[in-house]
Design a protein around this ligand. Sequence first.
Ligand SMILES: Nc1nc2c(ncn2[C@@H]2O[C@H](COP(=O)(O)OP(=O)(O)OP(=O)(O)O)[C@@H](O)[C@H]2O)c(=O)[nH]1
Ligand SMILES: [Mg+2]
Length: 628
Amino acid sequence: MLTIGTAGHIDHGKSSLVKALTSIDPDRLPEEKERGMTIDLGFAWLKASSGEMVGIVDVPGHEHFIRNVIPGLGGIDAALLVIAADDGWMPQTEEHVQILDLLGVKDGIVALTKIDLIDDPDWLELVEKEIAEKLAATGLKNAPIIRVSSKNGSGIPQLKEAIDRLVQELVPRQDIGQPRLPVDRVFTMKGSGVVVTGTLVNGSLSAGDDVFISPGGQTAHIRSIESYKQQVNRAQPGSRVALNLTGVKKSGLERGDIVMSIEARTSRMINVELRLIPQLANPLKTNSELVFYLETRELLGRIILFGRNDVPAAATALAQIRFNRDVAAYIGEHFIMRRQSPAITIGGGTILDPQAAKFRIRDTDKTIAFLERRKSLELEELVLTEVEKNRYIERKGFLENCCYSAKEVTDHIRLLQDQNRLVMTDIYIIGSNHWQRQQDKLLDSLHRDHAANPLKKGLSRSMLQSQLDLPKEAFSQMIASLVKSGKIARQEDSVYLSSHKPALSSGQDEMVSAIRRLFKKDVSNPPKTREVAEEIPGSEKVVRFMLQQNMLIELPDNILLEKKRYESIKREIIDFLEKKGEISIQDINSLFGFSRKYTIPLLQYLDIKGITRREGNVRILAGKQKQV
Ligand SMILES: Nc1nc2c(ncn2[C@@H]2O[C@H](COP(=O)(O)OP(=O)(O)OP(=O)(O)O)[C@@H](O)[C@H]2O)c(=O)[nH]1
Ligand SMILES: [Mg+2]
């Protein structure tokens, strides 16, 4: 499947030639018939001798209708440049060739028409020589020139053969699984509702598909598809397509909209590499307001040059375009730009960042470096720059708006991961530099915390995460991988370096002994946390350490007990319960000499630990029924 676009000066015989080739008159509007000129895009098709269908988009030659030309040439695979033998190379021949060149069209055929009007063979040779010279510096430099007459049919078979050769030589349209149908016509048909037409690129669409209309974001359903007047179930990239849509109104659609299988990301700002035509008289100044053509869309925008105030003819430059509305562009897409007055095509370019942040002068170097890396459109650079730009980015939808398929992108991410240039978690892709910096920061935080608080176990996860520039899921994976490699350890909520052993200084050692003495002083009156601090000033840290190290335990009401003593009390209570079945507060008081102030927190603690259970006024062993 491929689509050819005509190009050339007014009245040079484009539409007549399309009719001579296909028997279809591309001039469909009454006004076009009346005036004998093409005003808007026309469509026809022929079958190549290989059986392949070739769509033809016929464009107007009048300079006034250039805004209808560019949308027509957007999705084409090859050009049919029509030049009248009696007239030769003319201004719109020039302009259309510039546009084709800026759009990256490199294949085509030149049809030298109206040869029936020329008797002098030298003249034809002269015209052909001029054409070859003019095309030498363009993408069409290798296009064959075929002499034809639509009036008497001479040369038409040779032109068909040239088209056959083109069909064979052309590399088939890329199918990257991301279909886009830039709409060039919208109309309603009695009985079947809204129809949109266009040249399908980047993927295929099927009848029954649900689709999105960008940039508006409306959803629609493809009821049926027609391609070259035939109903088809599936339309291939490169073909001319008419979609019958349900779920949208004609008023909600216009030329320039794009029918896509996913909801595209849109933006008002894009970063590009632009290229100016050699014939441009005045340099392009930064801040100029221009008319831009992206696929079938025409829109106004302002150009902001990076690190310079103007660009001379024939030069390239990096720039930001700020549009007056959202666009759903993709990396690698071509565009055309024109001045409003005088209305001339001044250049075009390639989109390098379809989701650009507003450019600020202080970001000049960074922005230029980023775009310089993207200019080659190599997948590796696209992946790396996209990740670096965002620091971390969700895998879902990653580089969905670029000229590569999802599979190519995924394969490349895996390759870069194998080379340790990217880190992938379940949800995110993270640049290895960023990952490494965050990991260093995490380890450094732990180092510093351990040095400042040798008695403390470590830092809480939430404290650590708040210091890092990572989303929660990636942070968890970082912790897990550091635990796995043995660098860090975690206990409950605390994270610490594996090498960290909380230890006491000699002064603190003495405090531990003093605290122990405090417990021995009156065994039936163990101190509360606050009382220890009052008796032994500065001992809070040591108490916390002793709790962490399981030397002490803390009962409800902040009552402290030595772990050893608690264990023996617990044992005695269990023995008691195993013999007697139940234990009362008075039993405990008389067993251990405690007052009620201690007994109740102790029992609550045993309940929490699942050792005892309250039954009325007594405790029984948890899990046992009270025997009545
Ligand atoms: N003698 C002669 N006249 C031709 C030939 N091809 C086209 N014409 C005439 O040239 C005039 C313009 O032809 P079109 O086919 O409308 O030209 P066009 O390039 O489509 O014009 P626009 O769409 O307005 O740019 C018509 O009067 C045609 O009859 C040809 O091969 N020989
Ligand atoms: Mg025409």
